[in-house]
Write a protein that binds this ligand. Structure first.
Ligand SMILES: *[C@@H]1O[C@H](CO)[C@@H](O)[C@H](O)[C@H]1NC(C)=O
Ligand SMILES: *[C@@H]1O[C@H](CO)[C@@H](O)[C@H](O)[C@H]1NC(C)=O
Ligand SMILES: [Cu+2]
Length: 627
């Protein structure tokens, strides 16, 4: 009886972080992709299923406790992580996104990470680029193709809003030439902050006159859950010890697990005690299976693995370690894989895998990443060299840049709208005209110590090379290089040394596409360029009225709500004061823990409103020295 009630407690209905196992495809009938296999089908050759999958999302505030500490969040359909979007390769997906963020009101919109939006860029859901934000009380229906297949996520692409919970998993079923018995579904990994995104962005964008402020996360969540040490709670928030997310396995079976990094800054090293992973997909690309004890994913990256339940019985920690590359007080994330018949509420005694240090914060070696469908590296028609930079601006605010330009968007003038109208984009959009080039190569040079998960919209890229020093032109696996949509640009360049990353993509999707760092704070501080692909064809894009209407609604809303500060591109302006009142309203006072603040930020401090210099000094104590 005890066991039954525990598994009921841990069931999908009560713990949305844990998904029930998935089928091989959605719906019954014949295999929706017919005889297409991963190795015989070009990734653009998606089936035409004629099916649309409908979803209805309401974005609202909620008080939840992912790591046991109650806090105010912004979530999809009342849950964290948000509901699973599940479709078959080639289906259409239609999601009606309702902004019901009130008390206080906030803007939102939704991005479908890794899907390429062929012909539908206006549904890419990126503020200042593909639409205006959805205003409170309004809604927008996105309709796009499941043009790639595998594992991914959706998230708000408005400021750093997703770091407060506006995320959820996507599974697109399609061919993978590696067999397995069961699909455990998506397992989301995320660093976690007990603080509002507005406040965090404010801190990041305070004048430091030096290196950037780097907020430390409080926890590392596995499957949307973590165990924050309640004794450390200092702001009076209620805290309980959450059960870890857990998944049941049966001896002898092989399982597919879909790891997704939905964090703000985390770099996750994932391992399963007592078991070895076989990697079968990276981002949306099925790869030749390779074995590893550790899977590494930066923000936005996904790795699908299979593992065989060959340990007989017992329970084992699924570990995610966000260190040394993450800025965190809580690097140690855990979930539990337990064999049928084992009580998942009993703490495993399993021992961690021994790993080798990864000081560059790099992904697994490029040489082991070989797509199942081979595409050779073509000669590029255009090569862009981007040097990552960063320095304080005239106000002393640290700005990230590519080739010395820090991206600034305009919320009420999406870049796509200008591009369709043939209006030249201003210099601060950091536009690279790639025109009709077939193949564009981008060499990213990192002269600074911070690692960056570099993400492209509208495409997968090939990763040709990475390393320290200067690229000598050697391509790793030139007949079939790694492909994905996020790749880590290494940390560790010091003393004038540089690291490089070489990627290239095929221009098969006209549009104005961001190529950006996926660390939320870096993007807020300008770390993006725009690729202007086939402008003549962009001019033919017909943006649906519902999308252009987001701008008139947004302009009207802003005029009617002049006191509500908003994001001026990708970053939030000056919201801390208002959030003080808001967070106070949500602090569930606990007599035992009512003295101090979040990680040293007390409500008393916040009551001073402006981020005065004393505050800044205190906060800066949390940063490390390098950028
Ligand atoms: C808003 O949602 C309603 C249904 O709730 C729907 O009829 C309408 O088309 C949606 N509007 C947009 C712009 O998507
Ligand atoms: C909790 O507090 C202890 C003692 O100050 C500290 O060592 C630890 O890092 C804290 N843990 C977190 C997750 O903040
Ligand atoms: Cu970055």
């Amino acid at each position: 009886m005890r066991q039954a009630s525990i598994s009921a407690l841990l069931g999908a209905a009560l713990i949305p972080g844990v998904f029930a196992g998935l089928g091989k495809w959605v719906g019954g009938g014949d295999c929706p992709w017919g005889d297409k296999t991963a190795s015989n089908t070009h990734p653009n050759d998606y089936p035409d299923t004629g099916v649309t999958r409908y979803y209805d999302f309401t974005i609202s505030r909620a008080t939840l406790a992912p790591d046991g500490v109650q806090q105010s969040m912004i979530v999809v359909n009342g849950q964290y992580p948000g509901p699973l979007i599940e479709a078959n390769w080639g289906d259409w997906i239609e999601v009606n996104v309702h902004n019901e963020i009130h008390g206080p009101d906030d803007l939102t919109l939704m991005h479908w990470h890794g899907l390429n939006q062929p012909g539908t860029q206006y549904y890419d859901g990126v503020s200042s680029i593909s639409q205006c934000p959805i205003v409170p009380g309004a809604n927008l229906t996105y309709r796009f193709r499941a043009d790639e297949q595998g594992s991914s996520w959706y998230h708000s692409h408005y400021s750093a809003q997703y770091s407060n919970g506006v995320v959820g998993p996507i599974v697109i079923h399609g061919p993978n030439d590696v067999n397995y018995d069961e699909d455990l579904g998506p397992i989301l990994f995320s660093d976690w902050f007990h603080d509002s995104y507005e406040h965090l962005v404010d801190l990041v964008l305070q004048p430091t006159n030096g290196p950037p402020f780097r907020p430390l996360s409080d926890s590392n969540l596995v499957g949307g859950k973590g165990q924050y040490p309640c004794a450390n709670v200092t702001n009076g928030a209620a805290c309980t010890v959450n059960p870890y997310a857990s998944w049941e396995v049966e001896p002898g079976k092989t399982y597919r697990a879909r790891f997704v990094n939905t964090g703000a800054t985390a770099f996750e090293s994932i391992s399963l005690d007592g078991h070895t992973f076989t990697v079968i997909a990276e981002d949306f690309v099925p790869v030749q299976p390779y074995q590893t004890d550790f899977v590494t994913i930066g923000v936005g990256q996904r790795t699908d693995v299979i593992f065989t339940a060959n340990a007989g019985s017992g329970s084992f920690f699924l570990r995610a370690f966000n260190s040394p590359c993450g800025d965190t007080n809580g690097p140690d994330g855990r979930g539990i894989i337990y064999y049928k018949g084992t009580d998942p509420s009993v703490t495993p005694t399993s021992q961690p895998k021994q790993g080798t240090p990864n000081p560059t914060c790099g992904n697994n070696p490029l040489s082991s990443s070989v797509p199942q469908y081979a595409i050779p590296a073509a000669e590029p028609d255009q090569t862009i060299t981007l040097t990552i930079g960063g320095k304080p601006d005239a106000q002393g605010i640290f700005r990230w840049s590519f080739n010395d330009i820090s991206f600034v968007g305009d919320l009420d003038q999406p870049a796509l709208f200008d591009a369709v109208a043939g209006i030249n984009l201003p210099p601060q959009r950091n536009v690279y005209l790639t025109g009709t080039a077939q193949t564009v190569r981008i060499i990213v040079i990192n002269t600074l110590p911070a690692p960056h998960p570099m993400h492209i919209h509208g495409h997968d890229f090939q990763v040709l090379a990475e390393g320290q020093g200067t690229w000598d032109g050697t391509i790793v696996n030139p007949s079939n290089p790694s492909r994905r949509d996020v790749h880590m640009s290494w940390a560790g360049a010091e003393n004038g040394a540089t690291n490089y990353q070489v990627i290239q993509y095929t221009q098969d999707n006209p549009g104005v596409w961001p190529f950006h760092c996926h660390i939320a704070w870096h993007l807020s501080a300008g770390m993006s360029i725009l690729l202007l692909e086939r402008p003549d064809e962009i001019a033919k894009i017909e943006i649906p009225a519902a999308v252009t209407d987001t701008c008139s609604a947004y302009t009207a809303w802003q005029a009617a709500n002049p006191a509500v500060p908003v994001d001026d591109g990708l970053r939030k302006r000056d919201l801390a004061k208002r959030m003080v009142e808001f967070m106070k309203g949500h602090a569930h006072a606990d007599k035992h823990h009512n003295k101090r603040g979040y990680r040293g930020f007390s409500f008393k401090d916040r009551d001073t409103g402006s981020l005065g210099s004393g505050r800044v000094e205190d906060n800066l104590a949390h940063k490390r020295d390098e950028v």
